[in-house]
Design a protein around this ligand. Structure first.
Ligand code: TNX
Length: 527
């Protein structure tokens, strides 16, 4: 407490100077140093220089130019570096430079951000690193830039150097678009907010008992019937393949990989209601709009089921450039262990045939997995589950950590939270941050941990405002876990960094939960 109060005083008193800049970065970077040099001042004439012919750099720099706009007419120009060097008349302007020189040790997502009064340089090995350097630069700019309207000048960036790379490769969120449907605009909003905090996997839960949300050629009733409702009986909805392709592209431009999930063999009532032949008795059940789990399964003895799985996997594999296909596999109460294992063996083979890596909820650890599969750990630790997961890892699987009692975004913050569920207890902002990914699974080595993912199940969540309220601020804690070095993990320091995000989130219109555990900074004026 003493220490955090002291840091707070420091931030408040010397706001713009050397020691405090770190307080604005979330996730925390690997290393940052600040100097007493004057800040860099962004002007409407500031050129953004990119390597000649590099379309990725040009796209990322354009996003930054947009953020730095003093209105449409004065948007900073993105210019190819060589052409710029030839033109004398610009040479006195301090540029922002995207550069390819970065140490190999920073990998594909790492970067160096150098700020001096004369120049800002964003150096990376790969475009993803430029993108993350840009997000860091963004967090060093005044939050008012997010209003995307007139904002106070001068616009300054503190002088210093950030050297950064992520701790884990999988930094994810899952959105359940099946229990309640969220359309493309909502998904784009989620991607934007993920990208601000350097998250890079958006797992879309595209099917469940209450809805089928993706067009599959040859199976039109999946969306015509199965897509037509949701929990509570609302209208539902679905993504056409064009919608899906546009989302994949939007995500890719923000270095987010979409991970499609079709939950099988259970959680399938919407598909069963659409096609009678997927049911063992050949009778389609009615659509379901309640919130029970575990009551449905496709008929694992019928060949129609495997034609269905093949068409679904092929369609989504072709539409998803990422390397993953999520098979679900959770909460199947209507099959024997042998039936479950036999189905999973065939389903995994189909996923492998279409060139994707299998990921599934931790129940899949009970069956033999194809090499390099990923087990998404969600159930509260029980000895038997843990032993299964350990065995799967010994046989070559890796894990993504989604412990329900830590990172489920649909679990209530406290007893007074109106939205959400409480089957896994309560997840305060502090609970969601104060745990250690490397000790969650005894006997599983850190090298087998791909990373962390926070699921947002939507039984009780139906609007964008509700979604944001449950995701923020806890998703920021997941982002920090996924990116920041283990040594930076400290609740007292984190709650200050979290509080410092409030002005930016407010400027962006995020409906975040003002947890009393966090000293929220006040909001900037709009004018
Ligand atoms: C468990 S997590 C489920 C979901 C529910 C969720 C609610 C998992 C693999 N299955 O079907 O939506 O709890 O928190």
């Amino acid at each position: 407490m003493l220490r955090s109060t002291w840091i707070l005083v420091l931030v408040a008193c010397i706001g713009g100077s050397a020691a405090a800049q770190e307080a604005f970065l979330l996730p925390a970077p690997l290393a940052a140093t600040w100097t007493d040099a004057a800040p860099f001042t962004v002007m409407p004439e500031t050129p953004l220089l990119v390597p000649d012919g590099d379309l990725n750099a040009a796209r990322i720099a354009s996003m930054l130019a947009h953020l730095l706009s003093f209105g449409e007419a004065t948007r900073p120009r993105v210019v190819e570096a060589r052409a710029y060097a030839r033109s004398e008349r610009h040479s006195s302007l301090s540029p922002i430079v995207y550069d390819r020189q970065a140490p190999d040790s920073l990998g594909a997502e790492g970067y160096v951000l150098d700020v001096s009064p004369e120049r800002i340089t964003l150096s990376a090995n790969e475009p993803a690193g430029w993108f993350y350097a840009t997000q860091t630069l963004r967090q060093l700019l005044p939050p008012a830039v997010e209003y995307n309207a007139a904002f106070p000048v001068p616009l300054t960036v503190p002088s210093g150097r950030v050297v950064d790379r992520p701790r884990f490769s999988w930094r994810g969120m899952m959105l359940d678009v099946a229990r309640h449907f969220f359309g493309p605009a909502d998904v784009r909003r989620v991607i934007d907010l993920m990208a601000l905090h350097k998250l890079n996997r958006l797992h879309l839960h595209l099917s469940d008992d209450q809805g089928w949300r993706i067009e599959i050629p040859g199976w039109p009733r999946l969306t015509e019937i199965g897509g037509r409702t949701e929990v509570g009986g609302g209208p539902g909805g679905f993504f056409s393949l064009d919608d899906y392709a546009a989302l994949v592209q939007y995500a890719a431009e923000r270095y987010v990989t979409i991970v499609p999930e079709i939950d099988l063999p259970g959680h399938t009532n919407a598909a069963l209601a659409s096609y009678a032949e997927l049911n063992c008795d050949g009778v389609a059940p009615p659509l379901y709009t309640g919130t029970s789990v575990g009551f449905s399964t496709v008929c694992v003895e019928r060949e129609a089921t495997y034609r269905f799985v093949t068409d679904v996997v092929r369609t989504l594999a072709e539409a998803s450039p990422g390397t993953y296909f999520h098979l679900g596999g959770d909460e199947v109460r209507e099959l024997s262990p042998e039936q479950y294992a036999a189905f999973m063996a065939r389903a995994q083979a189909i996923v492998a045939e279409y060139g994707k890596r299998v990921i599934g909820w931790d129940e899949i650890a009970e069956v033999e997995l194809v090499p390099r599969s990923i087990v998404q750990v969600w159930r509260p630790a029980e000895a038997e589950t843990q032993a299964r997961i350990r065995q799967a890892v010994e046989a070559g699987a890796t894990v993504v950590l989604s412990p329900a009692d830590r990172v489920y975004l649909d679990i209530k913050y406290d007893a007074s939270t109106v939205l959400g569920l409480s089957w896994a207890g309560l997840n305060s902002v502090r609970d969601a941050y104060e745990w250690d990914p490397t000790t969650l699974l005894p006997g599983v080595p850190a090298t087998a941990i791909e990373g962390i993912e926070a699921p947002l199940w939507s039984e009780t969540i139906s609007t964008r405002a509700d979604l944001e309220f449950m995701a923020f601020p806890r998703l920021a804690g997941v982002a920090d876990h996924g990116w920041a070095p283990a040594a930076a993990h400290d609740w007292d320091a984190y709650r200050l960094r979290l509080g410092a995000q409030a002005p930016r989130w407010t400027a962006l219109g995020v409906n975040f939960y003002r947890s009393p555990d966090v000293p929220w900074a006040s909001t900037p004026r709009r004018d």
